[in-house]
Design a binder for this molecule. Sequence first.
Ligand code: GDP
Ligand code: MG
Length: 360
Amino acid sequence: MKIRRYYVRDMKEGMLRIREELGSEAVIIQSRRVRTKGFKGLFAPRKLEITAAVENPPAQIIPENPYQEQFEKKVQQDLGELRTMINRLVTRQSIPDDMQDNERKELKKWRLQLERQELYDELIQEFMDEIKGSLSGEIQLTEEIIGLLLRKKMRRRFRTAPEKGAAVQVFVGPTGVGKTTTLAKLAARYALYQGERVGIITIDHYRIGAVEQLRTYADITGLPLEVVMTPKELTCALEKLSGCQRILVDTAGRSTLNHTHIQEMSNYLQNLPPAEIFMVVSATTKSQDLRLICENFKCMNYNRIIFTKLDETNTYGVLLNGIYLTGLPVIYLTTGQNVPDDICLADIEKMCALILGEDD
Ligand SMILES: Nc1nc2c(ncn2[C@@H]2O[C@H](COP(=O)(O)OP(=O)(O)O)[C@@H](O)[C@H]2O)c(=O)[nH]1
Ligand SMILES: [Mg+2]
């Protein structure tokens, strides 16, 4: 394309020159009245400025003035720059938008997974924000990348404890969660697999007859069982069992909402030597109830969590929710009613996989 600018008196003169120099195919792009330079810009005569262009110029064009070539180059250059700018704008608007949509879609998938697992909203938000924050806009978030990042963040949030095996271990928590069963599982493991001398104490504060279940286990395994009904009796029982390497203490549960009972129970524990106090919680616990349980049992000074009944649910957010609420490690997971088999040490990778739905 050839572009040329003319300064003429009127359109008639302009047309003549354009035809002559650019041929009959030429078109006028712009025309305007301008003041050409006179003496210091004063008294300058007004002229008509015409810009004309032709796609295929005739073979020979007579140069109008020495600046014509420069002017054409400049226009071409400006057009080129304009084209690049427009392209850049279009690209910037479309590609990152696509990418963002993609990110949103992929993130939403994982958010949904975490919501299905009933992880607390605040934890989900924390993970989502961290993931968004840890990526620059140039990386495309695929489902796999988010999954990996999520696992990494989750891993850091989980806490487990080694099987330290304190000499005294106490089982506290709501009714029916599996305290007695879990105690029986551990007692059998210590006694049968590790050859330890194990003693069992049960605090049956309300004479509710929950002792029978434990007596059956004790009889089968041949382990000594002491039933105590006052804090003083507990001290005596501990003395009686002082020959044991390990003493497991069961507590008879009452409602999580029965503050008086929980408080009374905690009075017993004042007389204990330093112990591992396991808060036993069912994995089937509703998220909101979990808050209540963690709060109401605080006076028991529990320092480890055991999650039971993982075999009865497909929703595992509770595992991380419990750690989040208490800041305490999970030590065991139980997965069925079989004594002593259905218990294992809590494993972070396994728990992450359950929440992320990677474990079938
Ligand atoms: N499915 C399943 N049931 C369990 C598990 N642990 C305990 N149970 C059952 O839950 C019920 C209550 O257990 P129990 O030990 O008496 O609970 P406690 O009241 O907390 O002492 C019993 O029927 C147990 O067999 C477990 O991990 N999975
Ligand atoms: Mg019990």
